[in-house]
Design a protein around this ligand. Structure first.
Ligand SMILES: [Zn+2]
Length: 450
């Protein structure tokens, strides 16, 4: 892969001191950052195979989308007026059509999602869905980094539960030795809504056996807590702690309805994190808002996620930082209880830590993987300021991303994908979309006839 020198531009290192380097430089060898510094110490260009001039850009670690379901791009615009964080809303607009998915739909859908993520600066994402094997193939082709959780939806069907567990095990086995950009996890969908106690126990055992994390939805819909309160007299979080879910790494999306006791469960767990999905939460019309400020104050890692693009419409993590900041201000009734600088950390290093990758990505430091993005600061909204993080969060957009690298490999150059043309990905996706929704309509007609 050779060596490269990135020079010029304002570098947000997102290191422990949030060091910002005006006109800085970063040297990379074989996909890893070897050194970085301010302009006065820029090394000689002749020592590198490649030099990349990033003058006029904001240079920072690739963004980490800590919660999504990449296949669900097929449902974009299909749940208007439905709350995806209630059982009915989800069942009506997603679950029923989802039963018509076939494995050949997955690759083209995931390819489009990966293209949109790369073009808007996301270099790592946490995915959770069934068809995990097909997702892994498409992610590998994209070059992005992903923690793919094999999703299990049981819905009271014991045979389906057993079958899914066997498939999940096969996936974890198969991906274990695979290349480092795809990391397999396990993903019970929403524990108390659709899983039996027996299945939940089996899920924890599998996660322990394979040493992988659990990525699930928690305290997202009213049913989650209502069901467990009814059955066990405690919240879903406390109930899951009792059966061992919090002993290993656990990453919980949404967390809209956490009590103080629930927050304490997260805080005392050795490796628990939350994916705060502000846009999806707002759009769902649910009353609760993730207590991100209280969680952070308790020492819990809080990352940011778009959730699926039926709920969000967009994979733009720059926009997600802004919405997360606005919602936190609204919830806490004070100005910016989470600063722009902290929001940048949540979208980078905290996302990396949530996924167990804090040693590898999430900040620009010697020894870490060269997962780097550069945003063009030439457009409207980017006038001079002493605080580049404010500029990014409250003026910026994922559409300003001009270049992106993963492990030193340039995946986006001048807003263009390098591995496969976007038009090609889009064409294949459009054909798949038509076929999928024709299949859904046919299934519906057959059900009505029967
Ligand atoms: Zn979700």
């Amino acid at each position: 892969m050779g060596s490269a020198l990135f020079h010029g531009g304002t570098i947000l290192t997102v290191d422990a001191n949030d060091t910002v380097l005006a006109n800085g430089w970063i040297s990379v060898r074989d996909g890893r950052i070897t050194a970085l510094g301010p302009s006065a110490s820029t090394p000689g260009f002749d020592r590198f195979d490649e030099t990349i001039d990033l003058t006029g850009h904001l240079v920072m670690p690739g963004l980490v989308n800590a919660h999504t379901h990449s296949v669900m791009v097929l449902f974009r615009g299909r749940s208007e007026g439905q709350s995806l964080l209630t059982m009915d809303g989800w069942y009506n607009s997603i679950r029923e059509p989802e039963l018509s998915l076939v494995s050949s739909d997955i690759g083209p859908a995931v390819a489009l999602s990966c293209a949109e993520m790369a073009l808007s600066g996301t270099t790592t994402f946490a995915d959770q869905y069934f068809f995990a094997e097909e997702i892994a193939v498409a992610v590998k082709a994209s070059g992005l980094r992903s923690v793919i959780a094999y999703g299990v939806v049981q819905l009271g069907d014991a045979a389906r539960g057993r079958e899914e567990l066997a498939k999940a095990k096969a996936f974890l086995e198969q991906q274990r030795s695979a290349d480092g950009r795809v990391i397999p996890w396990f993903g019970p969908h929403a524990p108390y809504v659709d899983n039996t106690e027996e299945l939940l126990q089996a899920e924890v055992e599998i996660a322990n056996q394979f040493g992988v994390g659990l990525h699930l939805h928690m305290a997202a819909g009213p049913e989650d807590n209502d069901e467990t309160e009814k059955r066990y007299g405690r919240t879903a979080t406390v109930a899951l702690e009792k059966i061992g879910f919090f002993n290993g790494r656990i990453h919980a999306a949404h967390c809209l309805d956490l009590s103080e006791e629930d927050i304490a469960v997260f805080a005392r767990a050795p490796a628990a994190s939350v994916a705060y999905c502000a846009s999806a939460g707002l759009r769902s019309g649910r009353e609760g808002i993730c207590p991100a400020v209280a969680l952070r104050a308790a020492g819990v890692v809080v990352a940011l996620g778009t959730d699926n693009v039926a709920a969000n419409n967009s994979y733009d993590m720059v926009s997600e930082m802004r919405v997360a900041g606005l919602v936190a201000s609204h919830r806490e009734r004070r100005a910016q209880p989470i600063s722009s600088r902290e929001l940048v950390r949540m979208a980078t290093i905290d996302g990396a830590r949530a996924l167990g990758l804090g040693h590898e990505i999430g900040s620009l430091e010697p020894g870490k993987s060269a997962d780097i993005i550069a945003l063009d600061l030439g457009g409207p909204g980017y006038s001079e300021t002493p605080d580049p993080e404010t500029l990014l969060v409250y003026s910026g957009s994922g559409r300003d991303v001009r270049h992106a690298w993963v492990a030193g490999e340039q995946l986006v150059r001048d807003r263009t994908l390098t591995r496969r043309p976007y038009d090609d990905i889009r064409r294949e996706y459009s054909a798949t979309y038509q076929q999928f929704w024709a299949r859904v309509a046919e299934a519906k007609r057959n059900r009505e006839v029967a």
